[in-house]
Design a protein around this ligand. Sequence first.
Ligand code: IFM
Length: 427
Amino acid sequence: MISFPDDFLWGAATASYQIEGAVDEDGRVPSIWDTFSHTPGKVAGGQTGDVACDHYHRYADDVELMAWLGLRAYRFSVAWPRLADLSFYDRLVDALLAKGITPVATLYHWDLPQSLQDEGGWTNRDTAYRFADYATAVHERLGDRVATWTTLNEPWVSAFVGHGSGRHAPGVTDPAAAFTAAHHLMLAHGLGVQALRAAGAQSVSLTLNLSPALGEPGPAQLIDGLANRLFLDPVLRGEYPPDVLEHISRFTDVKLDDLPTIAQPIDVLGVNYYSVNRVLADPGSPGNPEFPGSEGIAWATPHGELTEMGWEVNPSGLEDLLLRLTRDYPGVPLMITENGVAYPDAVADPDRIAFLDAHFRAARAAMDKGADLRGYFVWSLMDNFEWARGYDMRFGVIRVDYETLERTPRDSARWYRDVIARGGLEG
Ligand code: IFM
C-alpha cells in the first residue's frame, strides 16, 4: 500500500463558467467568456457556457456525488459576475459543509465582468484594486464558513492565452498587453491577499499552472522563465528574475514598486500540473505568441502517450516540479489544485485511472523526498466546458451527458473513491 497522510486533502475541482450555466439568472452580469464564446469562430463548435452542466440548478445532486466519492474537499470558483447576488454560493457552501466536505474557494477563474474589460480589463491597473474590493465582498458573505481561499487560478493563462495568442477571452494579441496583464494579475493577487487577511481569512493561496521546460538549455531557460519563474519569483521572492525582467523590457515596463505588495506571504501554493514544455532552438521558428519573444524556439515532438488535448503524459514531471518548488521556494506548503486528463468519452476509462495512479505515485515520491504536499484535487469532478475546446474535451471522473445533463460516474470515479477510502494506492 502506498499511503498518504491521514489528513491529506483529497479533492476535486471545477470552475464557475465551466459548469454553472444560468448565465442570465439572479442578476449575473456578462463576463468576457460570454462575449468571447458568443463570438463566431472562437470556441469549437460555437459552444458556450450558457447551460454548461447546469450546476447552478443541480448543485445539490452534485454535492451528493461528491459525498459518494468521499471527497474531503471541493475546489470551486466564485463567479465575479454574480457579485450582485452570491446566494448560490451560500447554498453550495452549506450543502458541502452538511456533508463534511471542506469548501476551497477560488475568487477568479477567468470570468472577468465584461464591464471591467470595457475599461481595459487586466491591462488596466485599476482592475487589481477592483479585485481586492470583490475579494472583500465575497469574504464578507462566505468567510464565516469558508476558511481556504485562492485568489487567482492560473494567471499565466489569463495573461498569455488571453492577451498573447488570443485563444482565450478577451482575445487580445499584443505581447505588451500580455506582460502588463501578468503584472496586474499579480498585483491583484497581492492586494487580494491583503484584503482577505484583513477580513480574517485563515488560509490564503494562489494557484499557478506550472510546467517544467525540458530541452536545450537556452530555450528551456526562456520558456521556464515565462511559464514559471515570471510568477513564482515575484510572488514568493518579491523579485522578477533578472533574465525575465530583461526579456519583458523588450516589450514594456513593469512597476517594480509593486513587488512588496505582490509578495504577500501565502499559506499554501496551489499547483496545477498537466504536462511539460519540450523546446529546442530553431532559427526559422516564428515562436509561440503565448510566450512572447520566443521566436527562434520550437516545441519538440512530445514523447510517448498523448492525451486528447495533445499533451504529453509525463508523471515524472510532477515529481520533478514538486521537488524543484521545495528546493527553490522553501517553506511554502504545496497543494495540487488541479491534475487530470481528457480522454475520449467512455464510462470505462482505464487510461484515466492509469494517468491518475501514475501522478499520485509521483506526488507520493516527491513527498518521500521532502515535498510538503498537503492535498490533491483531481481535475475535474465532472466533464465541463473546456474553454476554446468546448465540450468535446472530457476531463471528468464523472461523465456528463450534455443532451440530458445526466451524470454518470466513470470507472475512474469508483477507483478514486477507493483511493480516498483506503488513504492511498494498492502496492
Ligand atoms: O479546464 C482547465 C481549467 O479551467 C484550468 N486548468 C486546466 C484545465 C484543463 O485545461
